[in-house]
Write a protein that binds this ligand. Structure first.
Ligand code: SF4
Length: 397
């Protein structure tokens, strides 16, 4: 309580911490120390996943006035501070099951708006700390989601991205256990003016038939999926406690490409998971080509304290770094090949900022004569070339 006396009511600094790696937690602590050093009189509040997972270590930081859990930060009353306010308020996130509409959240860049329809995760992948920070899976009821997106479409938002920690588990906790495909259908119906709907990262094994049908046939759904694949070797997938096999991943990607050839697939992949041999890593490299992935998010494995994978036999750091570099290089080749397929074609570009935008499949585009085009506008562009990272072109006549 003593720390609250340092604060003034004029300025509150909120530090929303991330826990995904040990380095993220270290960096959150650094930010808190710097914030205090530069703002000796401000009220400083820490919240977020690192606080949720390890509240005591944050409570021990003299630099902080208040420490708030992830559920508490969502409650308006938590932000009214007075002399009686307890310094630390962090409850057990696993006890939070409500799926009330207030969970729904949206944030916008000027081109696209992210709508969070799901939070938390019921899985326990052995490398991942997220469920301990976010709690169990909770979904926003369809009615709330459709209302919010219909409202955004009326405000002329060009693109909505559905997001969630484990998006494809949406509906599991709702009456009748609807699947994500049903929600997407309701959104398309309830927001007929919305030009583009995109899905954020999805779990390949959780894709329901209705969702597959919509993603492959509905032109308003962006032809772009980011899959949480993580590895291409069955033994490593098992040790990660993932629920799909390499064969499942290859079959799904093949079906998607066959049903909608223009679809661009991306994936998260971890390089150097504990016990990964050269042959196992080769399987991950081969998966990238067998799934014909256009975008890779490569993570060099980094043991997260408190997870089972941190207690498994670790690989040498140099091997992890070299494998990550190898995968990234492969990712660059895949992206260049994907961009090359667009050269010579005309396509719609959703503008983001000063002459830059993206195709529906998320490829970046630089448009020569569109510096003053409003972010959010969709324009037709003649695609002329690419530099391996993005396409460039000019306004189509
Ligand atoms: S499904 Fe995703 S969020 Fe859930 S434990 Fe696995 S990696 Fe973490």
């Amino acid at each position: 309580m003593g720390h609250a006396s340092k604060a003034t009511n004029d300025q509150t600094i909120i530090i929303n911490t991330c826990a995904v790696t040990n380095e993220a937690v270290r960096s959150a602590r650094r930010s808190i120390r710097l914030a205090r050093r530069d703002n000796p009189d401000a009220r400083i509040v820490a919240t977020g996943c690192a606080v949720q997972i390890d509240p005591n270590s944050f409570a021990d930081m003299d630099e902080l006035d208040f420490v708030l859990g992830n559920a508490e930060k969502m409650q308006r009353k938590s932000w009214a501070f007075d002399a009686e306010t307890p310094r630390v308020r962090v409850n057990d996130i696993a006890s939070i099951t409500e799926n009330a509409g207030h969970l729904i959240d949206a944030f916008s860049t000027r081109a696209r708006t992210y709508v969070e329809v799901q939070n938390g995760c019921d899985h326990r992948c052995t490398f991942c700390i997220i469920p301990y920070g976010r709690g169990n899976a909770r979904s926003v009821p369809a009615g709330e989601v459709v209302r919010q997106i219909a409202h955004l479409a009326e405000q002329a938002v060009s693109e909505v991205v559905l997001s969630g920690v484990d998006l494809t588990s949406w509906g599991d906790d709702l009456p009748g256990r609807p699947r994500l495909g049903r929600l997407v259908k309701q959104i398309l119906h309830g927001a007929p003016n919305l030009p583009r709907l995109r899905l954020s990262s999805i779990d390949a094994i959780e894709m329901d038939d209705e969702l597959f049908e919509l993603v492959t046939t509905e032109p308003r759904i962006a032809p772009h999926l980011h899959l949480s694949l993580q590895a291409g070797d069955n033994m490593i997938l098992k040790r990660m406690k993932r629920r799909h096999s390499r064969e499942d991943a290859i079959a799904l990607c093949g079906r998607l490409h066959e049903a909608r050839p223009e679809i661009a697939l991306g994936a998260d992949l971890i390089a150097g998971f504990p016990t990964e041999s050269d042959a196992m890593f080769e399987n991950t490299l081969a998966l990238v080509e067998e799934c014909n992935l256009a975008y890779l998010h490569v993570f060099p494995f980094s043991p997260r304290t408190g997870t089972p994978a941190a207690r498994m036999p670790q690989l040498d750091r140099k091997i992890i770094t070299a494998r990550a570099a190898h995968l990234r290089q492969l990712g660059q080749n895949q992206l260049a090949a994907h961009l090359q397929n667009h050269v010579g074609k005309t396509a719609d570009v959703l503008m983001e900022k000063s002459g830059q935008g993206r195709l529906a499949d998320f490829s970046q585009v630089q448009v020569k004569d569109a510096k003053n085009t409003r972010p959010g506008a969709i324009i037709s562009v003649q695609l002329q070339t690419h530099d391996g990272t993005r396409l460039s072109g000019e306004l189509a006549q």
